[in-house]
Design a protein around this ligand. Structure first.
Ligand code: UT7
Length: 323
């Protein structure tokens, strides 16, 4: 059977770092509160000329370089984002243009913080279905542009950035010893729509709007949803927590990450955490964390890696990958 194998990774961050201390000048908050409640110490904020598409392009180029490939080798560009440069066309086609590609196809996916997991699952289907041989899967966001900078309950949590993977079709045997995506578990429940949303849009207000979140309500559901899709991935593949080399979670909150790992019996040494440095970068958080853990040599070829995310919608999901 065909498997979608990771060939390369890349990441991009804006130039400007904003620390918790910097935020103390903007809203009534403290470094101590932010660190204690979230684990975040700093985040990157896009400046003039830095957009979701420019960061996505940078991450895509880095992933191509890492894979030893060029844009000519890519058939599909898939971008997970909730903060596109324009309402349309898709950020993916802009990145396609920036890469000088006028072949293949490109589109965006919108599943908020679960976007990268949804995009990986979708790219895997396109590759296994024979529509694409090589895909660039990108998570790119500029949440700083939809934050209400007067709302301390949200503006301290998020940051900007982008990450990308190159996936390529490879013949596998159909066992969990194969490299590539082994299973994807996706879920959503629109009943929770109002707990994490943006209060604007083309068809409702005609404005972009700002992010609104009932943080405590999201927190209450997070660990249960995350463990549900991870257990689903174990069940689908006959693997267990002991088989995992790495858990690479969506980076929203250190307490959620630790709580989920503990519930699943995954030791903290196997969990990749970058929320301290990046904040919550929504769909970009998993590929950013992957890039850090690949670059520093933690994630190696052949490792079993679990990706998971939960976010607005609610949406949640997991992808199990043999690296
Ligand atoms: O990525 C998508 C998914 N999103 C998430 O996973 C986010 C999930 N939620 C969370 O991570 C947490 O709920 C938060 C970090 C957002 C908040 O932590 P919490 O422990 O749930 O705090 P809380 O909302 O219960 O607020 C506790 C107190 C409140 O004061 P009172 O009512 O107890 O007097 C808040 O007003 O902290 C206050 N507070 C702040 N204080 C200083 C809220 N924001 C801040 C702040 N600085 N920035």
């Amino acid at each position: 059977m065909i498997r979608s194998v990771v060939r390369g990774y890349g990441a991009a961050l804006p130039k400007r770092v904003m620390t918790n201390r910097d935020l103390e000048d903007i809203v009534e908050t403290s470094d101590e509160w932010i660190v204690q409640r979230t684990g975040i110490t700093q985040r990157y904020i896009a400046g003039e000329g830095e957009t979701t598409a420019s960061l996505g392009e940078q991450a895509a180029r880095a992933a191509l370089d890492n894979a030893g490939l060029t844009p000519d080798d890519i058939d599909l560009v898939l971008v997970a984002t909730s903060t596109p440069d324009n309402t349309f066309p898709a950020t993916a086609v802009d990145i396609q243009r920036r890469l000088g590609m006028n072949h293949g196809y490109a589109f965006d996916m919108q599943a908020v913080c679960s976007g990268f997991v949804y995009a990986m699952a979708t790219a895997d289907l396109h590759i296994r279905g024979g529509m694409a041989r090589r895909a660039l899967v990108i998570g790119a966001e500029t949440f700083s542009r939809i934050l209400d900078w007067k709302d301390r309950t949200t503006c301290v949590l998020f940051g900007d950035g982008a990450g990308a993977l190159v996936l390529e079709a490879e013949e596998g045997t159909g066992t969990t010893a194969d490299r590539g995506v082994l299973t994807a578990q996706l879920r959503s429940d629109g009943a929770h729509k109002d707990k994490l949303y943006v209060d604007g849009g083309p068809s409702s207000t005609g404005t972009v709007g700002h992010l609104r979140m009932e943080g405590r309500e999201v927190f209450k559901h997070a660990v249960g949803m995350i463990t549900d899709v991870i257990e689903g991935a174990f069940e689908a593949t006959g693997t267990t927590a002991d088989d995992l080399d790495w858990l690479v979670p969506h980076q929203a909150n250190r307490r959620i990450i630790d709580g989920s790992a503990k519930k699943l019996g995954i030791p903290s040494e196997k969990v990749v955490v970058t929320v301290d440095l990046h904040g919550n970068t929504s769909a970009a958080s998993i590929p950013l964390a992957l890039s850090v853990a690949c670059a520093d040599g933690r994630i190696k070829k052949g490792d079993l890696v679990m990706l998971e995310a939960m976010g607005g919608g609610f949406t949640w999901g997991s992808v199990l990958v043999r690296w």
